[in-house]
Design a protein around this ligand. Structure first.
Ligand code: SF4
Length: 233
């Protein structure tokens, strides 16, 4: 038995569509292939994440999110370790791996790095979930920051690293949405207990915030003309 059911990515998937959440868990082989553009985006995110770690140098990097990594994270925190990359937490049947956890005088601050040039609702939802899971696992972050690229400054070794990123304190939003996150998790866990996928008809939600990778299945029998109508609704 796995020690958790949901992750950050499956929670975000579930916010978009319960059917996508269900299919991803029980019929992952039906997913559409990742496009070159999506693969490049993932690679870019990885590179930016690595660069951003140097905003708080000297940390210990954890890998492979899972119960042993969550236990290691907990141990490092109890020892007062100052900087942890990919700190892992599990609670409420959800696992998250936070990009950077940094000790300050009053406790730990959390930093989630995004390679984008602007923040979107998805990133706020991501932060709210992580804040909730970290808090429920026993460590209340003093502050939670979303960190994204500064559009006006190129990523380069010659630039001041701190000028390349913009920090947004989203702690207030995270605290305000705790109950909503808890409710969302409960509903998703219920969906995953069903014996068949939720009956959800395709529509505009299939494209927002991300183009769903089950469109190959769900949209297969819908004509081009009907698809255009559905996307306009
Ligand atoms: S294609 Fe649309 S309806 Fe089908 S799983 Fe994805 S979001 Fe849901």
């Amino acid at each position: 038995m796995p020690e958790y059911t949901l992750s950050k990515s499956t929670y975000i998937r579930g916010l978009q569509c319960y059917k996508s959440l269900y299919l991803n868990k029980f019929r992952p082989y039906l997913r559409d292939k990742l496009s070159e553009e999506q693969l490049a985006k993932f690679a870019r995110g990885h590179v930016v994440g690595k660069i951003a770690q140097q905003l708080f140098p000297g940390g210990i990097a954890l890998s492979r999110p899972g119960k042993p990594t969550a236990e290691k994270t907990s141990h490092l925190i109890s020892e007062g370790f100052p900087v942890i990359y990919e700190a892992c937490f599990i609670s409420d049947d959800v696992i998250v791996a936070l990009d950077i956890l940094v000790k300050h005088e009053d406790g730990y601050n959390a930093y989630e790095v995004k390679s984008s040039l602007a923040l979107s609702n998805v990133y706020y939802n991501d932060a709210c979930l992580q804040y909730h899971v970290i808090n429920a696992s026993g460590l209340k972050p003093e502050k939670f920051f979303l960190v994204h690229r500064n559009a006006e400054i190129e990523l380069s070794e010659s630039e001041d690293l701190h000028q390349m990123f913009i920090f947004t304190d989203v702690t207030t939003e995270c605290e305000a949405n705790e109950l909503m996150v808890q409710d969302g998790i409960s509903q998703m866990l219920e969906v995953l207990k069903r014996d068949k996928s939720p009956d959800i008809f395709p529509g505009k939600h299939c494209m927002h915030p991300y183009p769903c990778d089950f469109r190959g299945v769900c949209w297969k029998k819908i004509s081009k003309a009907e698809q255009e109508v559905l996307l306009e609704k």
